[in-house]
Design a protein around this ligand. Sequence first.
Ligand SMILES: [Zn+2]
Length: 61
Amino acid sequence: MFFNRKGMEDKPEEVLLNMEVYACNSCNGWMRKDFATEDLKCPLCGNETSMEMRELPQINN
Ligand SMILES: [Zn+2]
């Protein structure tokens, strides 16, 4: 497991939470754990994903 810190948002008014996401090994696709596909494959290209932590804006739904 490794940490990937690229793509940090710069929106100081939003609350950022450290979220588990599944990031694709082949393309830029990723998904939040809460919305991950059943088989944890990339929703864009179908390849394997790796879990990592990202700071993401809190969502309210
Ligand atoms: Zn992909």
